[in-house]
Design a binder for this molecule. Structure first.
Ligand SMILES: [Zn+2]
Length: 282
């Protein structure tokens, strides 16, 4: 099936989930190549087959080389233990899942496989290049370009909202989550890719990442939060040490060193250290 056809089938089957990003009315129909709202605003399925819900183009720093570096490392399993935890934390029964800031889509597709493809999954990102890559994955998940502060979804549509290393808009998350729905948020801890930080910034700048404020804000919104640390060593395949440098914004800092081949070999093992915050929508 062509990508556009597959995407239109999904939207046709789940029309009630979507709302107009312009006037917030429910989406009413698919007319030809467009998704049309009750007020007759229309969003086209683009040539890659996905919906683009932004009102204007957004420049992101996540360029092709960064996205393909991420794709290679995530396919090699960099986040697999995190995704396994997410799969376990979700209720056993089939879920309607929203992945916020899904990037190039590999974690959501892995999550779906781990859960035997029993869920309905939507991933979105502000990066068009990311979504273009995501739609190339073999999966039943639906991907689109959208803004997390203006979600193009109706109230109480999802059983679960997940996000890995993405900014949050808790007002929007609570709006689209069903009562009792699950929110799972993964954020980096101080030791996340610490080997890379030390190499790029020998002076100690960016040596640590402090997530205290993010956790405090989350707990303010969800007093019953469960906090879990997930920490492990990942063996980087020999051909992907350069990709580790490219996949994060860390190397953009103005004092970041260019790494030599010899320095890259020090990245054979990296630490993945994250916090998983989980809460229930009231
Ligand atoms: Zn509208």
């Amino acid at each position: 099936m062509k990508k556009r056809e597959k995407s239109q089938n999904f939207v046709g089957q789940h029309l009630k989930l979507f709302r107009c990003p312009i006037c917030q009315s429910p989406m009413e129909a698919i007319n030809g190549n467009s998704l049309v709202c009750e007020q007759n605003h229309s969003i086209d399925f683009n040539k890659h087959g996905f919906l683009y819900f932004l009102q204007r183009a957004v420049e992101t720093e996540y360029d092709q080389s960064m996205l393909s570096a991420r794709r290679n490392l995530l396919t090699a399993g960099l986040f697999q233990p995190i995704v396994e935890q997410l799969a376990q934390q979700l209720p056993k029964k089939s879920q309607m899942i929203l992945d916020v800031g899904c990037g190039e889509g590999t974690p959501l597709v892995s999550l779906e496989r781990l859960r035997q493809d029993q869920d309905t999954a939507i991933g979105f990102d502000i990066s068009k290049d990311g979504i273009n890559l995501a739609t190339q994955l073999l999966s039943n998940a639906f991907f689109c370009v959208a803004d997390l502060r203006k979600l193009p979804f109706m109230n109480q549509s999802f059983d679960a909202v997940i996000e890995i290393f993405s900014p949050s808009d808790y007002g929007e998350f609570n709006r689209v989550l069903k009562p009792g729905g699950t929110l799972l948020k993964v954020i980096p801890n101080a030791e996340y890719l610490v080997e890379l930080r030390r190499l790029l910034y020998p002076s100690g700048e960016h040596a640590k990442y402090d997530n205290t404020n993010v956790i405090e804000l989350f707990k303010k919104h969800y007093p019953q939060t469960t906090v879990q640390t997930i920490k492990y060593q990942f063996q980087v395949p020999a051909n992907l040490t350069a990709a580790i440098v490219k996949m994060t914004p860390l190397h953009w800092g103005k004092n970041a060193r260019e790494l030599t081949e010899t320095q890259l070999t020090q990245l054979k093992t990296v630490t993945v250290d994250v916090t998983l915050l989980s809460a229930e929508n009231s």
